[in-house]
Design a protein around this ligand. Structure first.
Ligand SMILES: Cc1ncc(COP(=O)(O)O)c(C=O)c1O
Length: 431
């Protein structure tokens, strides 16, 4: 990578309206065409079965069904684990996987500050204390160094999230886990098909948790999730938690533990199976497009495709684009406004960091209390402000651009062209 060059932020963008815009994209060129005939056929197959075969458990229930268990087996084979448990969402998958660790309330759990709330809320719901690990400044993902820095005698688990489809540095993370005898849960909601040194994300920790919500690489019909593992005991506990303690009949009829109903339906699984067949081509198409963009940006002084650690193959849920040099929030807004004006869906940031969210700052998990913090003498007064300076820098240094497998090569070429033109204009050369 070239040395980042600092480009002075522009004071205003009035010259944009006056200039001829040469590289223009249309918003509709970024539309995703994820659902097709195969999904329609699969859904109808499930409906037909529900009409024709009466189940004592009711139509579409996984009890007595065939689609959910087939989807679990096919998904496990794709990820490279012994088994999988299908659930109703990514949040449910995280919750079931985390509950399967059977960690005592009050324990500390290392987790990512840059993630979806669904990836961290389960820790709080199980009355554990989130301890955020820092990233590298060039990544949204927790780093091994960040994890080591916050380990304590009270750490009982590590949750890592492969954000934007980019794998975390799993060798070093698993090494820390082994040294300290702590399990790792992989949050793979955004990283279907991503690999670390040839291993699919979701196959390396004690368990993986996937989201099949409609915007993910593949969907089980709007919502859905999957817990993956090669540890039968772990998966058995996750299943039990996700089925009110019953373990997805017929293996469990008695409610053995307290749990919730997070079961996936037959209809969802039928669609998920059709989608799963498309997943390898979805992933490779995204990789082709992202790498092509990276090539176009190689000599840019302003933009770079986000850094992925060596050994990692991203599956690119979105394009994380590094803005080179120290740049202000205002500058990022100007850049993404310019991109959006050229029809390129982009945003100055990916999300709001968990510890910056108001509910978290107010410690409002269980209303009218400060539980779980108030239950833990060591953590009653834990403060989070500024605890992950590199992750904050990563949020400052990147923008987000939409990517999906329906986009054409020609479109990605025009996106790159537009970005380079914007760079010229911002550096003064094009004014
Ligand atoms: C990293 C991460 N974890 C967890 C979740 C929660 O998944 P779901 O929305 O399916 O509950 C998401 C959802 O976007 C996510 O991006």
């Amino acid at each position: 990578m070239k040395n980042p060059t600092r480009i002075p932020p522009p004071t205003n963008l009035s010259h944009f309206s006056a200039k001829k815009v040469s590289s223009q994209c249309e918003k509709k060129e970024f539309e995703r065409k994820l659902i097709g005939q195969a999904e329609e056929d699969a859904a109808l197959r499930a409906v037909k079965r529900a009409r024709e075969e009466s189940s004592e458990f009711g139509a579409f229930d996984r009890y007595g069904g065939i689609e959910v268990s087939a989807y679990e087996k096919e998904f496990a084979a794709y990820i490279g684990v012994a088994d999988a448990a299908a659930v109703s969402s990514g949040t449910a998958a995280l919750h079931a996987a985390f509950a399967a660790l059977e960690i005592e309330p009050g324990a500390e759990v290392i987790c990512p500050p840059i993630s979806d709330v669904g990836g961290v809320a389960p820790i709080l719901m199980q009355l554990c204390i989130p301890v955020f690990a820092d990233s590298r400044a060039e990544s949204y993902n927790v780093s091994p160094q960040g994890i080591r820095a916050v380990l304590s005698p009270r750490t009982r688990a590590i949750v890592v999230a492969h954000i934007a489809g980019e794998p975390c540095e799993m060798d070093a993370i698993l090494e820390i886990a082994r040294e300290n005898n702590i399990p790792v849960i992989e949050d793979v909601a955004q990283a279907h098909g991503a690999t670390w040194k040839g291993h699919r994300c979701g196959s390396m920790g004690a368990g993986g948790a996937f989201s099949m919500m409609g915007g993910k690489h593949h969907t089980s019909g709007g919502q859905g999730g999957m817990v993956t593992s090669s540890d039968p005991d772990f998966l058995r506990r996750a299943r039990a938690f996700a089925d009110r303690g019953k373990m997805f009949y017929p293996t469990g009829i008695v409610n053995e533990v307290a749990g919730l109903n997070y079961r996936m339906t037959e209809l969802e699984a039928a669609i998920g199976r059709a989608q799963l067949e498309k997943l390898p081509s979805i992933v490779s198409r995204r990789q082709t497009l992202a790498k092509r963009l990276a090539g176009h940006l190689e000599n840019s002084n302003l933009f770079r495709l986000g850094w992925t650690p060596q050994g990692g193959e991203s599956s690119f849920w979105f394009l994380r684009i590094r803005i080179l040099g120290e740049q202000t929030e205002n500058f990022k807004n100007e850049i993404t406004n310019a991109m959006n004006a050229r029809g390129i869906p982009s945003a100055p940031t990916y999300t709001s960091m968990i510890y910056h969210q108001k509910w978290f700052k107010d410690r409002r998990v269980f209303p009218r209390s400060r539980i779980p913090w108030s239950l833990c003498p060591h953590n009653q007064n834990r403060t989070y402000e500024g605890c992950c300076p590199n992750a904050e820098a990563a949020m400052r240094n990147h923008i987000r651009i939409t990517l999906n497998e329906s986009m054409s090569v020609d479109l990605i070429d025009r996106v790159a062209e537009a970005m380079l033109e914007i760079e010229n204009q911002f550096s003064g050369a094009g004014c």
